[in-house]
Design a binder for this molecule. Sequence first.
Ligand SMILES: [Zn+2]
Length: 395
Amino acid sequence: MSHLTAVFSPEELLKMDGIDELDTMRMQPNPFWNRPRLDITWGLPVMSGLLQSDRISLHQMRLATREELGLYHDPSYIETLELFGNMGSAFSSRFGLDTDECPVFHQVDKYASYPVGATIDAVMGVADGKFEDAMSIIGGFHHAYSSNAGGFCYLNDTVVAIKKFKEKYPNKKVLYLDTDVHHGDATQEAFYHDPSVLTISTHELSMGFFPGTGQPEEAGIGEGKGYSVNIPLPPLTDDFEYWKAFEEIIVPIWLAYKPDLVFWNAGADAHMDDPLADLLLNLDTYHRLSKTVRQLAHLGNKKLVIVGGGGYHPVTAARVWTVLLADLADIALPPLIPAKWIEMCHKYGFEVKRGGWTDRPQRMYAEHESKVKRAVDETIEKVKELIFPTFGLEK
Ligand SMILES: [Zn+2]
């Protein structure tokens, strides 16, 4: 098979009336998949010509079925979400719904379900060999629990899609790698007992930072002990410190585990521009991440799925995800960011910094540097101590 990367278009979401209600939600910066965020993030790969490549196959999102959602979510939660979506309002804030983070609006159930359908199709298409790898930008809703919405997440596409994969391929091993800046709490919990789904999460952890979980000690339970890996990072962790943790922990565990399928939640919110978080990753970090993840996946059987995850600076998130898609499909990006896209960002009121597909790394102030370094080193030691024995690795 020649190389084929499946990409999922957000067109179905853009057609929904409810999308424009999201613009009026009071939370600032508006963190939802509203029209500006969809247009800006989808517009960049399109206007950069990536979709014209014969290495890409374009797919539409579809709604997940009730049966599929039921692989993880509670039937009464699914029904309530559907009911509220039909009414366009809620009569109770049960299940974490109708909050600032997870507002209820017309067709909220469909808004939440389309990305699940897309992630399922991405995973199953890769698993069944329809395409080599896949990317769905609007996916990675890792804070949705079986009967609870939270952190801008209603339905957990990552868990549903992995469960669907396991239903058809019960003996295959999955690596769920979550580099979104927030801890992948609900996804971790869903597979906490299960050694056939290894979850690895790198995330910021600091006082009051959402969701507040993700300590190294959360390492799995029973047969799953050692198969939940948490690498918490202090605010201001930069490219250098991030790579130290990645290379010292994630690479050896990955090589020892030998996953059959790799599912990467590549949140753009760990980038230094993100308004909701405080890590200092840059575009080069993401570029290196995608190269490394692809390389590691290719050492195995190459089955790789990427979802976009969070990213609350739409202009930066668009650049991050476009770089990841170009790397995944191995397509050269145009030398300059398309002027038409910059115009579109301006139309929505967003500035576009110069710098194209790279940006200047942010240096930490010297006074923070030693503190961050010490914290990251301590984390690396602790994770090695807790996790490495499971994989027969030496510290
Ligand atoms: Zn996030």
